[in-house]
Design a protein around this ligand. Structure first.
Ligand SMILES: [Zn+2]
Length: 139
């Protein structure tokens, strides 16, 4: 058995971690629906994505309570505070606003021809009702 160095082992672990990564399926302005777990059946606004862990933060969901001490330097009151915890992407789905149901997205490719030149436009639409997803917000 060939002895592998620590650097090699770390590298292969990093590689495996990268292979397990799921690209973020949501973007700002999307509504996320929870399929499984404690918050099953609820939905909320997409907040942020943790690519290393494939987890999403959903506004107002998966809350935990913490008791914090008052601090004057950051102007924080003490007492009960609720914090959002991330949810794994596989437990969530895209939620369609127009049909008010959890759904998924489908690519719709439109080919238009102008002056003999073909151009493709890709829009993401709801698999249930065909309504286009809201355009990406420019920041
Ligand atoms: Zn829909």
């Amino acid at each position: 058995m060939a002895a592998s160095s620590l650097a090699e082992r770390l590298k292969s672990r990093e590689k495996a971690e990268k292979a397990r990564r799921i690209p973020c399926p949501y973007r700002a302005g999307d509504v996320v629906y929870v399929i499984s777990g404690k918050e099953k059946g609820k939905f909320g606004n997409f907040q942020k994505y943790v690519p290393k862990k494939n987890q999403v933060f959903v506004e107002g969901l998966n809350l935990i309570e913490r008791y914090v001490k008052p601090r004057q330097d950051i102007n924080r009151e003490g007492g009960r505070m609720s914090l959002e915890c991330p949810i794994h992407v596989s437990n969530t789905a895209y939620y369609c606003r127009s049909c008010s149901k959890p759904s998924s997205l489908r690519r719709r490719v439109q080919v238009s021809e102008e002056n003999g030149r073909k151009s493709k436009t890709v829009t993401w639409v709801c698999r249930r009702c065909g309504e286009a997803r809201e355009p990406r917000k420019k920041t």
